[in-house]
Design a protein around this ligand. Structure first.
Ligand code: GDP
Length: 430
C-alpha cells in the first residue's frame, strides 16, 4: 500500500494546500510531522472555507484519521481554539479522528514572548519569525527541558519540568530585560489546559504502525519548504525544524521504509518571504507581474513576497535532499502572457560556474543567476485539465523544468480549483 509524503520544494507557499487537499481525499490517515501552528492552509470544500494552521488537512473530511506527530511543536491553547472554531463550522473532532503523539513538545506562552523579545532586540539581524514561539519551543525540545504532552497527566512531573525550564528561561529573560516567569501561574494554566489535550494523546508510532499493517493509506503533510530546512536551507534564514521528506519518518515514529512516494510541490517560478539570499529575484516589471498575477502576498501578514524566475538549481537540489519521486508543478497559469521566460540553470560564483547552492551564507549571497531563455505563450493555461489544453510553449517549459531538476512531473496545477489539475502519475498508485 502506498504512503505519500508531501513537501514544499522551495521556500514554502508553493500551493501545498490544494495538492494536500486533493490527495487527502484519497488517504485514510493524514499526519503532520514538523512545524507548528504556522502552516496556514485554506481549504475550500463544497463552498465552505476552512482555515487550518495546526490540524492536518484531513480533519475537515469525514472518515479520516488526523495525526499530529512528535515532530510538531504544539501550542495547546491554539489547539483548543482551532478545534472550537472548526466545530463551530460543523466539523466533527474527537479522539476518534484526531490523535496527538504523546511525545510532542509543547509551545508555552513564554516561547512566544521570547520570540518577540528577540526579534525586537536592537542590533540583531531579524530572522523574520512569525512570533508564535515555534523556534524557542524547538530549542527547549533539543535542550531536553521541554514539557511534553504526556507530562500533562501528572502534576508532579509538570512541576519538575517547569523548574528545569525556568532555570533556563529566567536567566535568558533577565538578559532581555523581561520579568521572571510566575511559576505558580504557569503550573496553574498547564493544569487547566491538560484535560483538553490529554484525550487526544496516543502512542502515535504504534497507531500508525497498526494502520500500515491494516493496509491504510497514510498522507504525510509537510509545512513550509525545503529551503527553510534547519540543516539544508538558507541558514540562518530558516525555520527551526527539518522540512525535508526524511523528517516524515522520525516526525511520527515510522522508519523511512514506510514512505513509498515523495511528492515535492514546486511553483513554476520562485518566491520567498522575508530576508535571505535569492539569486533569481526580480526587482523589475517582470517580478511585479509575477507577484500580481500570482497573488503573492502573505496570507496572515499581507506582506509582499519576493518574486523571481524559476530556479532549477535550487529545485534540483531540494529534489535530491528530499528524495523527491515526482513533483507537483503549481501556478503554471501565472506565467501566461510573458513574451519570454527565464530559468536559472546555474550560478556564477566568483567567476566560476557552479551547479548547486553553496552552504556558506556569504557565498550564497554572491551567487549570480545564469539564465536560459525560453519562449513564453500568449494563450491561457488557466484551468487546463489535460496536456492537450496546453500550448506547445508551455509543454516545452514543463519538459525543460523536468530535465533541469532531474525529476518528473507527477501533477500539474493550473488554477486554485482542485479539479484544475493534470495528473501524470498517481502518487498513491501501488
Ligand atoms: P502553501 O503554503 O504551500 O500551502 O501554499 P498555499 O496553499 O497558500 O497556496 C498559495 C496560493 O496559491 C493559494 O491562494 C492557492 O489557492 C493558490 N494556488 C494553488 N495552486 C495554484 C495554481 O495552480 N494556479 C494559481 N493561479 N493559483 C494556485
Amino acid at each position: 500500500m502506498a504512503n505519500v509524503v508531501v513537501v514544499g520544494a522551495q521556500w514554502g507557499d508553493e500551493g501545498k494546500g490544494k495538492i494536500v487537499d486533493w490527495l487527502s481525499e484519497r488517504a485514510d490517515v493524514i499526519a503532520r510531522f514538523q512545524g507548528g501552528h504556522n502552516a496556514g492552509h485554506t481549504l475550500v470544500i463544497d463552498g465552505n472555507v476552512y482555515k487550518l494552521s495546526l490540524l492536518p488537512s484531513g480533519i475537515v473530511r469525514g472518515g479520516k484519521l488526523s495525526v499530529i506527530g512528535n515532530g510538531v511543536v504544539l501550542d495547546p491553547w491554539h489547539l483548543v481554539t482551532e478545534i472550537e472554531k472548526l466545530r463551530g463550522q460543523g466539523v466533527d473532532i474527537s479522539p476518534e479522528n484526531l490523535m496527538i503523539a504523546e511525545n510532542t513538545s509543547l509551545i508555552l506562552p513564554l516561547h512566544g514572548e521570547l520570540d518577540r523579545a528577540r526579534e525586537g532586540a536592537v542590533g540583531v539581524a531579524k530572522i523574520g519569525t512569525t512570533g508564535r514561539g515555534i523556534g524557542p519551543a524547538y530549542e527547549d525540545k533539543v535542550g531536553r527541558r521541554a514539557i511534553r504532552v504526556a507530562d500533562l497527566a501528572d502534576e508532579a512531573t509538570v512541576e519538575l519540568r517547569v523548574d528545569r525550564l525556568l532555570a533556563h528561561h529566567d536567566a535568558l529573560r533577565r538578559g532581555l530585560g523581561l520579568e521572571p516567569i510566575d511559576r505558580a501561574a504557569l503550573i496553574a494554566v498547564l493544569k487547566e489546559i491538560a484535560p483538553s489535550v490529554l484525550p487526544y494523546a496516543q502512542p502515535v508510532w504504534k497507531v500508525l504502525t497498526d494502520a500500515r499493517r491494516a493496509g491504510k493509506r497514510i498522507l504525510f503533510e509537510g509545512a513550509q519548504g525545503a529551503l527553510l530546512d534547519v540543516d539544508f536551507g538558507t541558514y540562518p534564514f530558516v525555520t527551526s525544524s527539518n522540512t525535508l521528506a526524511g523528517q516524515a519518518a522520525t516526525g511520527v515514529g515510522l522508519g523511512p521504509t514506510a514512505i513509498d512516494f515523495v511528492l515535492g510541490i514546486v511553483k513554476a517560478y520562485t518566491t520567498r518571504v522575508g530576508e535571505g539570499p535569492f539569486a533569481a529575484e526580480l526587482n523589475d516589471e517582470d517580478g511585479q507581474r509575477l507577484g500580481e498575477r500570482g497573488h503573492e502576498f502573505g496570507t496572515v501578514t499581507g506582506r509582499k513576497r519576493r518574486c523571481g524566475w524559476f530556479d532549477a538549481v535550487l529545485v534540483r537540489q531540494t529534489c535530491a535532499t528530499s528524495g523527491v519521486s515526482g513533483i507537483a508543478l503549481t501556478k503554471l497559469d501565472v506565467l501566461d502572457g510573458f513574451k519570454t521566460l527565464k530559468i536559472c540553470v546555474a550560478y556564477e560564483l566568483d567567476g566560476k560556474r557552479i551547479d548547486f547552492l553553496p552552504t556558506a551564507a556569504d557565498q550564497q549571497a554572491r551567487c549570480k543567476p545564469i539564465y536560459e531563455e525560453l519562449d513564453g505563450w500568449s494563450e491561457s493555461t488557466e484551468g487546463a485539465r489535460s496536456w492537450a489544453d496546453l500550448p506547445a510553449a508551455a509543454i516545452k517549459y514543463v519538459r525543460r523544468v523536468e530535465e533541469l531538476i532531474q525529476c518528473p512531473v507527477a501533477m500539474l496545477s493550473t488554477s486554485p480549483e482542485r479539479d484544475d489539475t493534470i495528473l501524470v502519475t498517481d502518487p498513491f498508485a501501488d
